[in-house]
Design a binder for this molecule. Structure first.
Ligand code: HEC
Length: 133
């Protein structure tokens, strides 16, 4: 009996591991990985119901793909060339680093930017073709 239990447990574990590996190879998903980051850090401003600065709405994949007043946000397959990643980095080509923080918050060193892993997810998703997946 105890042996059967152990075998079942091992099989379940095997399934879980297989699932995790499947997700790893499938890559980053807009819906599951990228959009939650937007919702947390960007939608307080870049939403049609809020300020929508630079006419950039990140409410949906289609609106994101339209970009803002400075043009398209994403060059599919090329995260380095995409405005989205440039604006999230330390040296944006214009304006401020995103998500926007107040000047005094930045000078006090308490500004909140994306974590390494969140940046990595977005970079990978763009390099994998920026699909609506
Ligand atoms: C507190 C409000 C605020 C938040 C939060 C915010 N932004 Fe912005 N965003 C702005 C403002 C204001 C501008 C215009 C000035 C500038 O470009 O720095 C802007 C401009 C941009 C632009 C340039 C669009 C264009 O065409 O000129 C991009 C891209 C952008 N934001 C991305 C993001 C992303 C991605 C997030 C979330 C990680 C984010 N922003 C969070 C206020 C915000």
């Amino acid at each position: 009996m105890r042996l059967t239990g152990a075998v079942v447990a091992l099989m379940v574990l095997g399934l879980v591991v297989a699932r995790a590996q499947e997700k790893g190879t499938a890559g980053a998903s807009f819906k599951d990985d990228v959009f939650p980051v937007f919702r947390k850090y960007c939608l307080p401003c870049h939403s049609e119901d809020n300020f929508n600065p630079s006419e950039l709405s990140l409410d949906s994949y289609d609106l994101m793909m339209q970009g803002g007043k400075n043009g398209t946000l994403i060059v599919a397959g090329k995260a380095q060339e995409s405005l989205l990643t440039k604006k999230l980095g330390e040296a944006p080509p214009f304006g401020e680093r995103m998500p926007l923080n107040k000047k005094h918050v930045i000078s006090e060193g308490k500004a909140k930017y994306l974590s390494e892993s969140e940046l990595k997810i977005i970079t990978e998703w763009i390099n994998q073709g920026a699909k609506n997946n």
